[in-house]
Design a protein around this ligand. Sequence first.
Ligand code: 5AD
Ligand code: SF4
Length: 432
Amino acid sequence: MKKVFVKTYGCQMNAYDSVKMTDLLAPLGYAATDAPAGADMVILNTCHIREKAAEKVYSELGKLKQLKRDREGMLIAVAGCVAQAEGEEIVRRAPVVDMVVGPQSYHRLPEMIARAARSQGKAIETDFPALEKFDTLAPPQSSGVSSFLTVQEGCDKFCTFCVVPYTRGAEHSRPAQAILTEACQLVEKGARELVLLGQNVNAYDGDGWSLARLCDALAGIDGLQRIRYTTSHPRDMADDLIVAHGDNPKLMPYLHLPVQSGSDAMLEAMNRQHKADDYRRLVDRIRNARPDIAMTSDFIVGFPGESDADFEATMQLVRDIGYATAFSFKYSKRPGTPASTMRKQVAEDVKAARLDALQKLLLSQQHAFDDSQISKTLPVLFEKTAREAGQLMGRTPYLQPVHVMADAALIGTTANVKIERRTANSLHGVLA
Ligand code: 5AD
Ligand code: SF4
């Protein structure tokens, strides 16, 4: 058996793609390994969303150079969004790389490996043959209790800070039938929760099927207990999806709905195409349908032109909404995006101070949300054993990790847990 090491950076869709690439290489005699040393092939599945993410790839390639020198015939592939964005530039900057393959063309890896083995030079594939890869990928070989399932890819929104429309291409949805088939296969392999993935997942349109309709059909799969989806855009939050949060018992009360900023001027400069109050009203409507829903978001601080007042508007929006948890980032210039050449870029120390203030506020909201579960009894889906002997890790409907002393036989089942206390990042409880 040959060995392949896949290192995943970035988002959940990259994690899904890494599994697919590993499955794709199995028939070629490659088994997955968890370290680059001794591997016959290394795939870096990269992220281009922020500058730091992309730089990490080149530093990793520097380290791999020595390993490759010591191991004849070792192949190195750069996949994912850096591959898509930089293409041939990668082999110029890092000649150690044999293959560059974008997120829409990795189903061509087997041919590329054959080409590389014949020493026919570097293999580079950065086409966008939308959806072709899904037709050629093998059914899932295995599944955890919670499994990702890509239903939509790409983005047509062109937020001015974002590389996604350039790296993942135009918005396209997989046909509902293909998704239902893959969902059934995953459930057969042990999945009890599916997390539907898409860069704009709530814009899902599978030949007229909305995301809500897809979730309703998925809810009919016996053995599937929970459905989640991510990431959504406020402008695509359709009425039927809001209704589904009240009606579909398998759809979990958790919604990642990035707003990025609470300032209308910034939202406009970002090309988000909605105002802060539109978002407030939208969250009200969602909470009317599902009062206990856990809201989460992404924020960018220090977008070009952001004043103290703009930043304060973001802080006010956070106070108004009350998040269960959220991600926040300093604005990072991305090559080729409109915002990277905007005037009035914000100084690094200002960005850092704003990020610090925002993260403190968000963390206090996270703790308040977690504390509000203490002494409640919640259904917990157990995913795996925890570090401490005899303990399992599971999740509440609100995605909070919970640690419970329980028999490993409960993995893959849902049981009621009385929440007793909170530590920094998780809850602890006892079987009810
Ligand atoms: N700078 C900082 N954060 C960014 N994001 C996307 N592009 C950038 C950028 N250029 C953040 C957004 C998005 C999340 C996935 O990453 O908040 O929602
Ligand atoms: Fe990026 Fe999301 Fe905007 Fe698409 S919708 S451009 S992924 S921030």
